[in-house]
Design a protein around this ligand. Structure first.
Ligand code: DC
Length: 212
C-alpha cells in the first residue's frame, strides 16, 4: 500500500494548522506542520546567537532538525517565526528540510503536511491539495483574538502590519514562493467557520480516497 498524502498550503494564520490537525485526527494520518521545521532550525541559531544570514551555517542547522522533537509551544513564539521566514528564503536550507519532509510524507497509511510549498514542491503528486486562505484583515484579527484570549496585550495595527510583511516575504521569495498549485482546491476561510472548512475538505478527501 502506498501512503496517501494530503498537502495543505496557505499564508500565516489562515487556519491551515487547525484544519490539518482535524483532518489528520479524522483519517488517522500522521501530521507534520512544516513551518515548525523552519522554526526549529531558526531557533537553534537564535539560541547560539548566530547570524541568520549565513546560508551554509543555516543549512547545517536545517540538516540536524529532528522531526520527532518539534515542540509547538516552544516554537510558536513570534520572534522565531520571523527568524524562520528569513532562513526560509535560502535554497540550501529548503533542500535539507524538503528532503526530511518528503521522507515523512511517505509514512503509512497516510500523512497530512501543511506549509507554503507542499503542493508545489514537497509533494507535487499528492492526491489532495488544499490552499487555505483568508483576507489579511481576518487573519490579523484571529491572531489578535488568540493573543488577547491567552491573557496578553496585543496591538491590532501592529499585527496587521506583520501579517502583510510575512505574506510579502513568503510570496515574493525566488525559491518555492507561497502560491497555490495549479490543481489545488481553494478554501477561503474569511467568512467560513473551521467546521465548515473541515466539511468542505472532507468531501474532497473522501472523493479522492474512493479513486485510490
Ligand atoms: O507557518 P509558520 O508561521 O510556522 O512558518 C514559519 C515560516 O517558515 C514562514 O514564514 C515561511 C516558512 N515556511 C516555508 O517557507 N515553507 C514551509 N513549507 C513552511 C514554512
Amino acid at each position: 500500500m502506498m501512503s496517501f498524502t494530503i498537502a495543505i498550503d496557505g499564508p500565516a494564520a489562515a487556519g491551515k494548522g487547525t484544519l490539518s490537525r482535524m483532518i489528520a485526527a479524522h483519517y488517522g494520518f500522521q501530521h507534520l506542520d512544516t513551518g515548525l521545521t523552519y522554526r526549529a532550525a531558526a531557533k537553534a541559531m537564535l539560541d547560539q546567537g548566530l547570524p541568520l544570514d549565513d546560508e551554509v551555517l543555516a543549512a547545517g542547522f536545517a540538516g540536524k532538525v529532528d522531526l520527532s522533537g518539534l515542540d509547538r509551544s516552544v516554537l510558536s513564539a513570534h520572534g522565531i517565526g520571523e527568524a524562520a521566514s528569513k532562513i526560509a528564503v535560502m535554497p540550501a536550507v529548503r533542500r535539507e528540510l524538503v528532503e526530511a519532509q518528503r521522507r515523512f510524507a511517505a509514512r503509512e497509511p497516510g500523512t497530512v503536511l501543511d506549509g507554503r510549498d507542499i503542493g508545489t514542491v514537497v509533494c507535487p503528486d499528492a492526491p489532495v491539495k488544499l490552499f487555505v486562505t483568508a483576507s489579511p484583515e481576518v487573519r490579523a484579527r484571529r491572531r489578535f483574538d488568540e493573543i488577547i484570549a491567552s491573557g496578553e496585550a496585543a496591538d491590532y495595527e501592529r499585527i496587521f502590519a506583520e501579517v502583510r510583511q510575512r505574506d510579502e516575504r513568503d510570496m515574493n521569495r525566488a525559491d518555492s514562493p507561497l502560491k497555490p498549485a495549479a490543481d489545488a482546491h481553494l478554501l477561503d476561510t474569511s467568512e467560513m467557520s473551521i467546521e465548515a472548512a473541515f466539511r468542505a475538505a472532507r468531501s474532497l478527501i473522501d472523493a479522492a480516497l474512493k479513486q485510490e
